[in-house]
Design a protein around this ligand. Structure first.
Ligand code: AMP
Length: 416
């Protein structure tokens, strides 16, 4: 971005303006819009014009509820430029308005996902036959080419700043890049920052490298854990998934969350850690509750001695010390998922202690990346987002990068 001079260019910028709206279409959190502003401003300040493309929600067709017209006012406000709007992302209005754009002007296109061609997936009723499905799939893939080409025709340069959708091979996130030569497609600032941060963790790793994996279920994190076991020095297993491991090891977990069909997997992950010389760190004590409720009765017990009818909802004080000790000695830290039900005030302390240890390690020179949904909510809740090295904006995209996958949105631009 810094090297490219956008003067006289028309840039198609794919952003992620998938913001939450209330029932009156007020934006309840504009973080994602703010995140794309530096890229849009740079283009405008250079003397270029921008055509902004985004999705909003998961519409099944054209729906007022998911119209980007609801957010155009806020985008104008944050950008400091009156942003025009085209009611249809590839219609005549979009063509005319993008053709008429002057340097310094901006146009927001209607929700790209109003067209099935954006995702390249047909929208079918449940009762269609397999043949009909296959035919519809082929048809949408065919018409996707025209859709992508039309979007590309509006611009002279393509900028992808939508890290949140970088794991999707959609028309505007990846396929469109084919219509621009290598000098005319680039990452926006946000995308660039995300890629640099993840590569700092996964590729140029300063050691020791510690990953803290929390959250509710081991099943949603299997591929990540397997990939991390080939990369980390320490893997801290926390949150609800702890109890699947503890049960697999023969412990008593009461009514704690557990995936009984993943006990063998838990054992194989433990063995893999051993084989790879990874220090697998698990809780030794738990804060347990007699109900899934912030005001439940609580006590601290050994993590493998949870009485019947009690459940582990957070780590205990001994575990906090063990986790903090490992984290503070680390030079690279990745945190994904809380240590407990942090949404309940009485079960947030473990996650807070992890956040504090990460802050201390970061102050001491470690590189810390926090990402993937709930741990981002944690650092925001605890007010420490600016005291870690990087907070990722990408949920699924970040997790796939950590799984070791090549993301279509990244590959489309730089070729790997
Ligand atoms: P995930 O989306 O898999 O990262 O999981 C995040 C969710 O896990 C949060 O909503 C937490 O409340 C929940 N969670 C963490 N620890 C536990 C636990 N011990 N029991 C039940 N849920 C938990």
């Amino acid at each position: 971005m810094d090297k490219f001079n956008f003067a006289g260019s028309k840039a198609f910028v794919r952003v992620d303006f998938n913001v939450p709206l209330d029932e009156n279409f007020n934006i309840t959190d504009d973080t994602r819009i703010r995140a794309a502003i530096p890229t849009l401003k740079k283009i405008i300040n250079d003397g270029g014009s921008v055509i902004i493309g985004s999705h909003l929600g998961r519409p099944k067709g054209v729906t007022d509820k998911y119209s980007l017209k609801h957010i155009v006012g806020r985008v104008s406000e944050l950008l400091g430029v009156e942003v025009q709007f085209a009611n249809d992302c590839i219609g005549q209005e979009a063509k005319d308005k993008s053709a008429a754009l002057k340097p310094g002007q901006a146009l927001l296109l209607e929700n790209l996902r109003f067209y099935a061609e954006e995702e390249g997936k047909p929208r079918l009723a449940d009762d269609v036959t397999d043949e009909e499905k296959a035919a519809a799939k082929k048809a949408v893939k065919e018409s996707q080419k025209g859709f992508t080409k039309t979007l590309a025709s509006f611009a002279t340069v393509y900028v992808n700043d939508a890290f949140g959708t970088a794991h999707r091979a959609h028309a505007s996130t990846a396929l469109i890049a084919d219509y621009f030569d290598a000098e005319h497609k680039l990452f926006g600032y946000l995308m660039e920052k995300e890629v640099v941060a993840v590569e700092k963790v996964m590729k140029d790793t300063a050691r020791p490298f510690t990953a803290i994996m929390g959250g509710s279920k081991v099943s949603s994190k299997i591929e990540i854990i397997e990939n991390l076991l080939t990369k980390v020095d320490n893997l801290i297993v926390a949150g609800g998934m702890t109890y699947t491991f503890i049960k697999a090891l023969g412990g008593k977990i009461g009514t704690s969350i557990c995936e009984d069909d993943k006990l063998d997997l838990a054992i194989s992950l433990i063995e893999k850690a051993k084989a790879n010389n990874v220090n697998l760190v698990m809780a030794v004590d738990a804060k347990i509750a007699d109900d899934f409720n912030n005001n439940a009765n609580t006590q601290f017990v050994a993590v493998n001695e949870i009485p019947d009818n009690w459940m582990g909802l957070d780590i205990g004080p001994k575990t906090e010390v063990i986790f903090a000790d490992v984290i503070k000695k680390s030079k690279t830290i990745l945190w994904n998922g809380p240590t407990g039900v942090f949404e309940f005030e009485n079960f947030a302390h473990g996650s807070l202690s992890v956040a504090e240890a990460i802050v201390a390690a970061t102050a001491n020179g470690a590189f810390s990346l926090v990402g993937g949904g709930d741990s981002v909510a944690c650092v925001n809740k605890f007010g420490v987002a600016d005291k870690v090295s990087y907070v990722s904006t990408g949920g699924g995209a970040l997790l796939e990068l950590i799984e070791g996958k090549v993301l279509p949105g990244i590959e489309a631009i730089r070729g790997y």
